[in-house]
Design a binder for this molecule. Structure first.
Ligand SMILES: [Zn+2]
Length: 140
């Protein structure tokens, strides 16, 4: 055994102390007058574990879980397929648009179609985009 160099209680005690202080094995070896390998081997045999490592591992932080954020529709997000019924006060930050799927041919979802066309006294212009097949009466 190369590293077997007369460990006595005093040396072992110092080893334990230095070990617990977190010194490198090389540094402990220097102080005890033994080789680094002897320190490692002895520490291993003594079961010296859980010594604070001088090199801190970089904690790989997992990205924080994303909050389930409610989607806010802005004009940019609106398409012909999304209800553009304004919700809230345009002066406020939380102003948004409904964004629900629209009824075909209508700018709003079913709920807001009802609100729009019934609530305003039926005077709202009908948005009839449904293609009507008007064939010119050209019967010769
Ligand atoms: Zn809507």
């Amino acid at each position: 055994m190369a590293g077997d160099i007369g460990w006595n209680d005093e040396k072992i005690g110092r080893l334990k102390k230095l070990w617990s202080e977190g010194l490198t094995t090389g540094e402990i070896g220097k102080r005890l007058g033994v080789s680094k390998n002897a320190v490692v081997g002895k520490a291993h045999r003594l079961g010296l574990k859980g010594r604070p490592s001088p090199i801190k591992r970089q904690d790989v932080k997992a990205p924080p879980p994303k909050k389930a954020e409610t989607r806010i529709f802005t004009l940019v997000d609106l398409s012909s397929q999304t209800c553009r019924w304004p919700i809230g006060d345009p002066k406020h930050e939380d102003f948004r648009f409904c964004g629900k799927p629209v009824i075909a041919g209508k700018p709003y979802c079913g709920e807001h179609c009802a609100t729009a066309y019934v609530g305003s006294g039926k005077s709202a212009p009908r948005n009839n985009n449904t293609p009507t097949t008007e064939e010119p009466a050209s019967s010769t």
